[in-house]
Design a protein around this ligand. Structure first.
Ligand code: SF4
Length: 473
C-alpha cells in the first residue's frame, strides 16, 4: 500500500533524548536499508530455488511440535489506480475478474506448500498486503480465508491484519473484515492535503478516513495504524503541519512516517512526479523534525525507524519491556519465527533461509501451472549472516548488545570476531551515539536518531551495496 522507499532517518522519542538535531540528521544522510531482513532482499540469489525452499519446509515439518507457530503473509497485487509515488509490486487494473483467477492460483500455491509442510500447521499471525488487499470483494475475501482455514490451524486470538486503501472500503466492508476475524487495520493515508493528493494521484478526502476510523473503532479493531509519507510533491512545512495536526486529531494507535525516495529511473510511476515540485532537502529535514515534535507533544512514543505508537499500544509496551521484534512489515510484537509468504513476489522466511516468489504474475502462474512452488530466488543464511542478523536486530529493537550472551548463543568470541566493527564504532562512540564497555554496546538517546547507521556497521554487505539504496533527505 505504501511506498517501499528506503528511508534512513531514525528518530527516537525517549524521555532523556536530546533535542532533535538537524545537523546530526544531515551528517548521517547516507543510503541505507530498513533491515526488515538481514541480509536484505537485494542479496538474494537465483541459485536458491524452489527445491531449496521445499527442503526448508520439510525441515520445519520434521521439527514437529517443537516448531513455533507460523506466520502467514498473502500478497494481493492488484490496485484500481496508480499512486505516482508507488514503489510496490502491483498491477493496476479495473478488471476485477482478475482476482478470481488469482485466487485460483493462490489455492494451488497453498496446496503445494501444504504438501511440504503437512496439513494443519499452527498459525499465529496472518497479514494481507499488496497492492490493495481490499481489491478483493467480500465474497473473495471470504473465499481466501476459507482456503487458508482449510489448510492451516489458526490459533484463537491470533493477530490478523490487513492493509486498507480508504478509497476501497466502507462501513459494511469493515464489518465484513471483522466478521472474518481481522483485528488489525493499517490505513494508507500519506497526506491529507488535497493539493498533495492531486500531485500523487491519490484523492481521498480526510472526512472519509475519519469516518472509517470511527467505524473501525466501533467494530473493535485494535492497534489501528496510519501510514504517512513526507517529502511528497507540493508538500511544504505548513501543509505538512496541517496534516500532522489532523493525524493527531484522528489519533490512530500507531503511525508509520516514511520518507519518500524519488527514484524515477527505478520506479516507473514516479516519472509522473515533477522533481520541481518536491520539497528540498532542508525543507524535508524541517518537516520531519516538526512532525516528530508534533507527535511527541501529542503523546506518541517513538518505537524505532519510522514508527510511533500510543503508550498503551502493545508495540509501545513491547518496546518498554524489551520484547520488540522486526519482520518484513516492520516492528512487531510477535516473536521471530517462520513466515510462509503466498502470492506473486511475496518474501518468506523459514529457518535460516529467505525466499521470494516470481515477481511477475505471468511467471508466477506459469510455475504453478507446472505444479512447481513459485519460488525463484532466496538465500540460505551462513553462520555469519545469522550472527549479524541477531546483532543488527538487537540494536534496532532493543538498542543493546551483550557480547558474552551473543557470543555464547552463536559460539564465537564476540570481541575477536567483530574487531573491525568495534574500530568502526569508535567515531560513533566519540560522538556520543553509542556507549561501549568491555561487555556491551548501548545505543544512546542521541544514537537512536541514527540507529540504522549503527546497525550498518555490522552489515558486511553494506559497503558494496550502498549505491543501491536511496538518499532521502
Ligand atoms: S495503492 Fe497500489 S499504487 Fe497506490 S501505493 Fe499502494 S500499491 Fe502502490
Amino acid at each position: 500500500m505504501t511506498s517501499t522507499s528506503i528511508a534512513f532517518l531514525d528518530l527516537p522519542i525517549v524521555p532523556d533524548a536530546a533535542p532533535l538535531s538537524t545537523a546530526l540528521l544531515r551528517q548521517f544522510d547516507v543510503a541505507g536499508p530498513r533491515y526488515t531482513s538481514y541480509p536484505t532482499a537485494d542479496r538474494f540469489v537465483d541459485a536458491f530455488d524452489a527445491d531449496d525452499y521445499a527442503l526448508a519446509l520439510q525441515g520445519r515439518r520434521d521439527a514437529g511440535a517443537s516448531a513455533a507457530p507460523l506466520s502467514l503473509y498473502v500478497h494481493i497485487p492488484f490496485c484500481e489506480s496508480l499512486c505516482y509515488y508507488c514503489a510496490c509490486n502491483k498491477i493496476v487494473t479495473k478488471h476485477h475478474e482478475k482476482a478470481t483467477q488469482y485466487l485460483a492460483y493462490l489455492a494451488r500455491e497453498v496446496r503445494l506448500q501444504v504438501a511440504q509442510l503437512g496439513r494443519g500447521t499452527t498459525v499465529s499471525q496472518l497479514h494481507l498486503g499488496g497492492g490493495t488487499p481490499t481489491f478483493l470483494n467480500d465474497a473473495e475475501l471470504s473465499q481466501l480465508l476459507a482456503m487458508l482455514h482449510e489448510a492451516f490451524d489458526f490459533l484463537p486470538g491470533g493477530e490478523r491484519s490487513i492493509e486498507i486503501d480508504p478509497r476501497t472500503v466502507d462501513a459494511a466492508r469493515l464489518a465484513h473484515l471483522a466478521s472474518l476475524g481481522f483485528n488489525r487495520l493499517s490505513f494508507g493515508v500519506q497526506d491529507f492535503d488535497p493539493d498533495v493528493q492531486k500531485a500523487v494521484h491519490r484523492i481521498q478526502p480526510a472526512h472519509q478516513v475519519f469516518d472509517l476510523m470511527a467505524e473501525a473503532r466501533a467494530l473493535g479493531f485494535k492497534s489501528i495504524n496510519v501510514d504517512l509519507i513526507y517529502g511528497l510533491p507540493r508538500q511544504n512545512e505548513a501543509s505538512f503541519e496541517r496534516t500532522m495536526a489532523q493525524v493527531c486529531e484522528l489519533r490512530p494507535d500507531r503511525i508509520a512516517l516514511y520518507a519518500y525516495a524519488h527514484l524515477p529511473e527505478r520506479f516507473k510511476p514516479q516519472r509522473r512526479i515533477s522533481a520541481d515540485e518536491l520539497p528540498d532537502a532542508a525543507a524535508r529535514v524541517r518537516m520531519l523534525a516538526r512532525a516528530v515534535d508534533t507527535l511527541t507533544e501529542a503523546g506518541y512514543v517513538y518505537i524505532g525507524m519510522d514508527h510511533f505508537a500510543l503508550p498503551d499500544d502493545p508495540l509501545a509496551v513491547a518496546k518498554r519491556e524489551g520484547r520488540l521484534h522486526r519482520d518484513f512489515q516492520g516492528y512487531s510484537t510477535q516473536p521471530d519465527g517462520d513466515l510462509v509468504a503466498l502470492g506473486v513476489s511475496a518474501i518468506g522466511r523459514i529457518g535460516a533461509t529467505y525466499s521470494q516468489n516470481a515477481k511477475t504474475i505471468e511467471a508466477y502462474y506459469d510455475l504453478l501451472d507446472q505444479e512447481h512452488l513459485p519460488v525463484v530466488r532466496g538465500l540460505a543464511l551462513s553462520r555469519d549472516d545469522v550472527l549479524r542478523r541477531a546483532v543488527i536486530m538487537a540494536l534496532m529493537c532493543r538498542g543493546h548488545v551483550n557480547f558474552d550472551a551473543m557470543g555464547e548463543a552463536h559460539r564465537v568470541d564476540f570481541r575477536h570476531y567483530f574487531v573491525t566493527e568495534f574500530a568502526a564504532l569508535g567515531p560513533l562512540a566519540a560522538q556520543g551515539l553509542v556507549r561501549m564497555t568491555d561487555h556491551d554496546i548501548d545505543v544512546t538517546p542521541q544514537g537512536w536518531f541514527v540507529v540504522r547507521a549503527i546497525a550498518m556497521v555490522f552489515d558486511r554487505y553494506c559497503r558494496e551495496n550502498r549505491t543501491r539504496f536511496s538518499r532521502v533527505v
